[in-house]
Design a protein around this ligand. Structure first.
Ligand code: ADP
Ligand code: MG
Ligand code: ZN
Length: 457
């Protein structure tokens, strides 16, 4: 396996959660709804029906692009991508070809690697085929509720070399669209669909190792294999690993894998050939005649930036610098926007009451605070309460420890034989003797010291 380096690029589709569809006023909240109840002449592709672009969807698409550090060209347009399939009643999908809303972005992974974002464009979803058996007969039914739901496609450069990096990228992307509140990015519901493109570069032929160059600047393998419509991070990993194995076998035999589109089979964790890869020319792309080109001003784009929330990476850094939290705590607390906001609200509340951000972070993380049932102020109050430990009479404590140790000789012996957990038992026995709340950490140290000192006697 060391003879080849994987070359991987990703195409990810994200369904937006706008109220209405991309080019009509039908509700786009179709999931689990009765088939064909969210339709109209536009999304059914009836002749003569005219599309009207959804402004919110376009703004959200651009916000996704901005979050991925893309350039936003001030002139853009929609195009028709022509192909035939029963779930596409118009015979074409409105998409973007050569003038997408967002281009040339990048995203940085935690290991410092930068992944190029080639483009982020806007398109519409298709209907859904349902294969069933009715009265013993195999039939295919079509539900058009999903037809025309806004879809954003995010295409990376072939900059990935490992499944770990692919996974981190996908998690980051999911986190970003959730922060922006433009998609739930729920994999099971199909809000986010993944298509990895995979090829292998021979390590031997690439002896001129241009280390620091992005992979996309190196010569790419002459073929690539696209695996379609995967709906979980786990499966994307499986599909990639399967392809790496399969392709390296072919290459080892001196052949080149076929350029094709393959489908992932969940049961076996393998991929199977679906069709030889189509070329852009097969789609006969041309400008959508029913929608004029779109122009933005710089001011408009700047305005969109101002509407965007602080994004996860920035928040993480700020949690470290502003509150002195560890990397670990900052990662957990910035993972979801709701949790991050809860934390900061509690910090604000605790400021004048002597409760530190670190205490709040500890409490939320270690006690797994249910943020839906406690207000931040309630959390702060309970921290204050639990940290008010009663000062115990030292003499009484010493007596009780002595008593417990003499009554539990076996546990003391166990501890000395190396069973470290015996201390916890002894601690429990001591704590039981007190009705008030005492500092368990301190008591534990006292017990440990005492038991250890026995050894010298
Ligand atoms: P197509 O026009 O066939 O869709 P593109 O060149 O637009 O192909 O690339 C689609 C995806 O495939 C992108 O994510 C890109 O990074 C990736 N890709 C391109 N070349 C390769 C390659 N040799 N190996 C793996 N992925 C590749
Ligand atoms: Mg493609
Ligand atoms: Zn409609």
């Amino acid at each position: 396996m060391n003879n080849y380096t994987p070359v991987i690029g990703l195409e990810v589709h994200v369904e937006l959660k706008t109220k209405s569809k991309m080019f009509c006023s039908c509700s786009s909240d179709y999931f689990g709804k009765k088939p064909n109840t969210h339709t109209c002449p536009v999304c059914l592709g009836l002749p003569g029906a005219l599309p009207v672009p959804n402004k919110k969807a376009i703004q959200w698409c651009i916000m996704i692009g901005l979050s991925l550090n893309c350039n936003i060209p001030l002139l853009s347009k929609f195009d028709r991508k022509n192909y035939f399939y029963p779930d596409l009643p118009k015979g074409y999908q409105i998409s973007q070809y050569d003038m997408p809303f967002c281009i040339n972005g990048k995203i940085e992974l935690s290991n410092g690697k930068k992944i190029g974002i080639r483009r982020v464009h806007m398109e519409e979803d298709t209907g859904k085929l349902i294969h069933e058996t009715i009265e013993g007969e195999k039939v295919s039914l079509i539900d058009f509720n999903r037809s025309g739901v806004p879809l954003v496609e995010i295409v990376t450069e072939p900059d990935f070399e490992s499944t770990e990096d692919v996974k981190e990228y996908l998690q980051k992307l999911q986190q970003i669209v959730r922060y922006l509140k433009v998609s739930d990015a729920n994999m099971e519901k199909g809000d986010m669909r993944l298509e990895p493109n995979i090829s292998l570069r021979s390590n031997n032929t690439n002896t001129t190792n241009t280390n620091n160059k992005p992979i996309s600047n190196k010569e790419l393998p002459k073929y690539k294999v696209e695996v379609k419509n995967i709906n979980s991070f786990k499966f994307v990993e499986k599909a990639i690993n399967f392809e790496i194995e399969r392709q390296s076998e072919i290459l080892k035999n001196g052949q080149t894998p076929k350029q094709e589109t393959r489908g992932f089979v969940e049961k076996s964790g393998s991929t199977v050939s679906q069709r030889s890869k189509e070329e852009a020319s097969d789609y006969r792309y041309f400008p959508e005649p029913d929608i004029p080109p779109l122009r933005w001003t710089k001011n408009y784009i700047e305005g969109l930036k101002l509407e965007m929330p602080e994004l996860p990476d920035k928040k993480l850094k700020r949690f470290k610098s502003e509150y002195g939290l560890s990397e670990y705590d900052s990662i957990i607390l910035s993972r979801e926007k709701n949790l991050a906001e809860y934390f900061e609200s509690a910090v604000n509340d605790g400021k004048n009451q002597g409760v530190s951000p670190k205490q709040i972070a500890n409490h939320i993380i270690n006690k797994k605070t249910d943020i839906d049932s406690y207000l931040p102020s309630e959390l702060v109050r309970s921290i204050i309460k639990s940290s008010k430990k009663v000062d115990v009479d030292e003499k009484k404590l010493d007596e009780i420890i002595n008593k417990v140790l003499s009554e539990n000789k076996k546990a003391v012996l166990d501890y000395k034989k190396g069973k470290k957990t015996a201390i916890m038992y002894l601690l429990g026995q001591v704590m039981r003797e007190f009705s008030e709340k005492i500092d368990a950490q301190k008591v534990k140290i006292l017990i440990t010291n005492k038991v250890n000192s026995y050894e010298q006697n």
